[in-house]
Design a protein around this ligand. Structure first.
Ligand SMILES: NC(=O)c1ccc[n+]([C@@H]2O[C@H](COP(=O)([O-])OP(=O)(O)OC[C@H]3O[C@@H](n4cnc5c(N)ncnc54)[C@H](O)[C@@H]3O)[C@@H](O)[C@H]2O)c1
Length: 348
């Protein structure tokens, strides 16, 4: 098995690599990344790329057919990867997240790749005031450029000639958990960082909004499944919610789980806040039915413990972490300020 992972030098990529290396020890695994966050390591150990057979540096907007020759699977993670970045770089988000993704899928199909795995997001559902868990058949309600780019890619993947390749769009819940390149612009990760640095978690809402979460290690399990699934299991193209119903959590539960794991942490909840409409639950039953052997294994407690121990291992104590390079948007802004990246996110 020969696997190409794009965007392997971000938050999810290192954990996907570690899992695939273990699950498929004899696989040839290569990475392809622009290296925007290559320097943002959060590990006390070796850098994850030593587990690769090859690392290429390049922009996915320029990947050609030749780059995909000989691979059996493409795991496409490279993206402008959250709402704040998508809002700041709206046109670039369309170019990287949608147009480049479709071009890579088309080139992969033409090159004889057998499976294409696309990292989509549950944010395609938007928020849902009615409290009903969203399933794959429900209407989509993208509220941001980021969510729109994921839907546009799914729509295109449904239409292009797949030439026998399976294309799996994994609509991941919000990620959490420790990684070799941790990001702190994610709700649970942010809470753990707050607990460790200030001993205080401030929940701006009344704590009742629902958020579906998934640990990065469980994202990796789902990626392995998508690489290997036969077309009969879900169809040639499949869009599936990835997470578990047990991980539909309320924000106050996340804060309390972190406080329980980091003694001395206080949680303040704004009980006077007006009801937060940014609440949604997701139905993960289809994923459970299709991938019974690759279901999430982590719990809120193991995820929080992994973050706590991982951050302690690197002596993390930055009270100002929201201004640091552990927030993706800060890194891009600083590279642009220094003239290293253009406003279109191209290395100068
Ligand atoms: N983190 C989450 O909560 C979450 C949830 C659902 C889906 N996803 C999706 O999973 C994927 C990985 O997310 P992540 O958290 O690791 O993101 P990340 O921002 O940490 O990493 C993305 C990687 O892609 C690379 N990249 C970006 N643009 C590129 C380009 N033009 N050419 C080459 N490389 C490029 C970056 O250098 C980076 O290494 C993304 O597609 C994201 O949208 C993430």
């Amino acid at each position: 098995m020969r696997i190409l992972i794009t965007g392997n030098m971000g938050y999810v990529g290192p954990m996907a690599l570690r899992h695939l290396r273990k699950a498929m020890p004899s696989a040839y695994i290569a990475g392809y990344d622009s290296g925007f966050f290559a320097h943002c390591l959060t590990t006390a150990g070796e850098m994850p790329e030593i587990l690769l057979d090859a690392q290429r540096f390049g922009d996915v907007r320029k990947i050609g057919a030749g780059d995909l020759e000989g691979f059996d699977a493409v795991v496409h993670l490279a993206a402008v990867s959250n709402d704040p970045m998508g809002n700041r770089f709206e046109a670039v988000t369309g170019a990287i997240n949608h147009r480049a993704s479709v071009a890579i899928a088309e080139a992969a199909a033409a090159a004889g790749v057998r499976s294409f795995v696309f990292a989509s997001s549950c944010s395609v559902y938007g928020f849902a005031a009615d409290g009903k868990a969203r399933g794959e058949g429900d209407a989509l309600n993208p509220l941001t450029a980021y969510a729109r780019s994921k839907i546009a890619t799914e729509d295109s993947l449904r239409q292009i000639r797949l030439n026998g390749m399976t294309a799996t769009s994994l609509r991941f819940a919000t990620a959490c958990g420790m990684s070799d390149r941790l990001r702190l612009d994610l709700v649970l990760n942010d809470f753990v960082a707050c607990a460790l640095t200030s001993g205080e978690i401030t929940v701006l809402s009344d704590g009742t909004p629902w958020r579906p979460l998934i640990d990065v290690r469980d994202m990796a399990r789902a990626i392995e499944w998508a690489i290997t699934r036969p077309a009969e299991r879900g169809g040639q193209f499949l869009a599936v919610n990835v997470g578990s119903n047990a991980w539909n959590c309320q924000v106050k539960d996340l804060a309390n789980a972190v406080a329980a794991s980091v003694p001395g942490t206080s949680v303040s909840i704004n009980t006077a806040a007006p009801p937060d409409k940014r609440s949604y639950k997701v139905d993960f039953s289809l994923f459970k039915q299709l991938a019974p052997q690759h279901q999430p294994q982590e719990t809120l407690e193991t995820s929080v413990a992994g973050l706590r121990d991982g951050l302690r291992a690197i002596d993390f104590g930055d009270h100002n972490f929201r201004q640091s390079q552990l927030i993706r948007l800060n890194v891009l802004e600083r590279q642009i300020e220094r003239g290293r990246l253009s406003g279109d996110l191209i290395w100068q």
